[in-house]
Design a protein around this ligand. Structure first.
Ligand SMILES: [Zn+2]
Length: 496
């Protein structure tokens, strides 16, 4: 008899400082599909579901996929959305008797009524399936993994890349362990070492720095250490005012945990000891405007990433400080995006292509983070419904939408004004709207790290700035109340 496996994707990274909660409407606009529709649309891309499908085909699973739900990070998931989506998964678990469950989660989900969205979901599932049914979970490298999650799921496996290009491989890894568990070959558990920090020194980036070596050690340990099934090094998500915020090292293992505990502690010690080794230089917006002024294009553009206004970290995407600085510095032959402003996008779309307009864009959600609305005069080059299909390493083949969007040319800068916040991580987010970033001298975009997967290959130079928006590196501006103290870097001189 083939093993019966229930799968689901339910992912949200919740920025508890955002004043904008994440409701069902946002999931519906971004990704919310069920069963066969999800399988049809998401099985050939960099998704957890694609990894589950590979397992289904390889192991002959009788697989039931309940739901795929994802939205760009924002404020906590509403109680209504959480109950609806978690409810779908729990209902599916009740409807049939399964041999195992494979869940693709994020690990940093906060809902209006629970700070541990994933732990709560697992606890509701346990109430239905009992304590012993094998449950495997994939997590984002930015998960804030709670003790409860590790007690309730036997198998937890996180992405090993940032930019995250291994969602499919991670789910395949977790699914393989689930298969071995269902077949009775292993009896896995997961141990956790937690650090009193908001995040790993470089936000968990795996392209340079200490994480490169840590991931290599993790892979070698998984391969060579008897009983080691998966090592997960989670950089955590710092914009979350929750009791169990912070980086964790997990080992999913079979048998005696002693050696694995020691290994996890060694990796955790390294994260702590190298907490000051920050590799990004976070310029001010004025400083990057000066760099742009002096930049002579060689092959590709200068890419300026606004780290703080990254919608991928729950920022509003409407910070005006960087665009203002570029305009004041007279930068031209440039592209900029996104400037998230549904009100302006709608007004501009109604005026139509070719119109010359003066309008206030951005800065409307919470101008304390990232600057006030910016009044500009420009010409409308293009009006679009905002739909695009990714073609890069992260979202290649996946359909997404910015909602009603307009390209407004302001003094030689093509500004992509959108309705929906999405971080820039795929060239199609410009190209689908007639902007060729590779042909520009300067490209300003909103993203922390994910942009590197698609934009570094076309760039001659990359710089990063902190515009003062919601994902600012200056954590003292965020009103934390629930995190344990002391915590690094708020209590910079603390001892661990
Ligand atoms: Zn992440």
């Amino acid at each position: 008899m083939p093993f019966k496996v229930l799968t689901a994707e339910f992912m949200h990274e919740s920025n508890t400082f955002s004043i904008r909660t994440t409701g069902l409407a946002q999931f519906r606009r971004e990704t919310l599909m069920f069963g066969d529709e999800a399988i049809a649309k998401r099985s050939h891309s960099n998704t957890g579901l694609a990894g589950a499908i590979t397992c289904r085909d390889e192991f002959g699973w009788d697989m039931t996929h309940s739901v795929s739900a994802w939205s760009e990070p924002a404020g906590p998931v509403t109680e209504e959305a959480y109950e609806f989506l978690a409810g779908k998964i729990v209902e599916a678990a009740k409807a049939q008797k399964f041999d195992g469950i494979l869940l693709c989660l994020h690990g940093a989900m906060v809902a209006e009524h629970t700070d541990d969205g994933e732990g709560e979901l697992l606890s509701r599932l346990r109430a239905v399936v009992g304590p012993d049914l094998p449950i495997a979970v994939t997590l984002d490298l930015h998960a804030s993994v709670t003790k409860r999650m590790c007690e309730l799921a036997q198998i937890l496996v996180s992405y090993k890349t940032y930019p995250h290009i291994d969602l499919r491989e991670t789910a395949y890894h977790a699914g393989t362990l689930l298969q071995r568990t269902m077949a009775g070959g292993i009896q896995p558990k997961t141990l956790r070492v937690h650090l009193p920090m908001l995040e790993e020194a470089n936000g968990g980036r795996t392209d340079i720095g200490a994480m490169v070596e840590r991931i290599e050690r993790a892979r070698a340990y998984e391969k060579d250490q008897p009983g080691a099934l998966a090592v997960s090094i989670n950089g955590a998500f710092p914009e979350a005012d929750i009791a169990e915020v912070g980086p964790t090292v997990l080992v999913t293992y079979d048998g005696d945990p002693t050696a694995h505990q020691a290994f996890a502690e060694r990796i955790a010690d390294d994260i702590w000891e190298r907490r000051n080794e920050v590799l990004n230089v976070f310029h001010t917006v004025e400083a990057v405007a000066e760099i742009a002024k002096a930049y002579a294009k060689v092959k590709g553009p200068l890419i300026i990433a606004d780290y703080a206004d990254n919608p991928g970290g729950g920022s509003y995407g409407d910070s005006t400080n960087l665009l203002r600085a570029l305009l004041e510095a007279g930068i031209d032959d440039a592209a900029f995006g996104p400037m998230v402003d549904p009100q302006a996008a709608k007004a501009l779309a109604e005026m139509g292509e070719g119109a010359t307009v003066t309008i206030a864009i951005g800065g409307k959600t919470d101008p304390r983070f990232g600057g006030a609305p910016l009044t500009v005069t420009g010409t409308i080059k293009l009006v679009s419904n905002g739909d695009f299909t990714g073609d890069g390493p992260m979202i290649g083949g996946l359909d997404q939408s910015f909602g009603t969007s307009v390209v407004l040319i302001v003094d030689g800068i093509e500004v992509l004004v959108t309705s929906t916040p999405l971080q820039m991580l795929d060239l199609q987010q410009f190209r689908a709207f007639g902007i060729d970033p590779a042909a520009k001298r300067v490209v300003g975009l909103k993203s922390m790290q994910h942009f590197r997967a698609a934009f570094e290959p076309i760039a001659s130079k990359v710089v990063v700035c902190d515009s003062g928006a919601l994902c600012t590196l200056d954590y003292s501006r965020l009103p934390f109340t629930k995190i344990p103290r002391p915590i690094f870097p708020l209590d910079r001189d603390m001892v661990r």
